[in-house]
Design a binder for this molecule. Sequence first.
Ligand SMILES: Nc1ncnc2c1ncn2[C@@H]1O[C@H](COP(=O)(O)OP(=O)(O)O)[C@@H](O)[C@H]1O
Ligand SMILES: [Mg+2]
Length: 284
Amino acid sequence: MTAMIDQATHLRTLVRQRSRASVIAVTSGKGGVGKSNIAVNLAIKLASAGKEVVLLDADLGLANADVLCNVDLPYNLSHVIARKKDLSEVLFKAPGGFRLIGGASGLARMADLSDFDRQRLVVALAELEEQADLILIDTGAGISPNVLSFTRAADQVLVVTTPEPTAITDAYAAIKVISRDGGDRRVSLLVNQAKSTGEARIVYERIARVAKQFLGISVLDAGHVPADDQVPAAVRKRLPFVMGSPNCPASQCIVQLAMRLERGVAPGPETSGFFNRMSRWFRK
Ligand SMILES: Nc1ncnc2c1ncn2[C@@H]1O[C@H](COP(=O)(O)OP(=O)(O)O)[C@@H](O)[C@H]1O
Ligand SMILES: [Mg+2]
């Protein structure tokens, strides 16, 4: 604990030198709803708008942002966990201009980090805040301690769901756990693979209403991304759809999401961000 506080003091100096990055965790209840595709394509769009964007693939065990971008990374998060590298040494330029920290797919022990390792990652992440405008974290699915440590480290949590009843139920479960975890993060909902704007609206309203009624929280509307054949086609080509099909319906919605986030991610006051998040750790 003392070591963590010493690091915190050191970081306070660092953070003061530059306005800090906003941290957005992209999460979901159910897996396979489109988090990684949304995170990668969003990172590219925000980078093309001139932002310094870092994407951390923190889906421990099922990481694949590097596959979607067709990059072969010499080092990734597993080297950081193994203490062979610092987080800043495993940052690599990805196509589209953002910087990617690859995940650690296939390492069984990554699926269940120790509390100490999780805290180490969050502290390391804070050091990156002075090198970026925006840090996106693909947290992986579910409500495990690993996922929660990353949502806790974020200023905003973007919960992704599809219109499937199972995905909706799991999205609500994730929102419930995140809201009970405390803190002051903004939680927003993105409906992916929607057949229409109307369908997305119904899903959003249903979740927002129940969250208000039973959890007492406001879930913001992050919009939707339509079901679009260009998305699986891009996955097969290993060329993110905003690059390969910049005008397809999914790309257009990612552009809108990027603009919405850009407006909402202006750096906060000096005291927000890292220290709020660290205090969440110590309150735990
Ligand atoms: N908007 C979409 N339209 C059509 N298919 C999609 C869409 N979003 C995701 N998919 C499909 O769902 C699969 C899973 O997406 P992925 O981003 O890997 O999900 P997650 O990261 O949540 O596990 C993708 O391989 C893609 O084929
Ligand atoms: Mg994924």
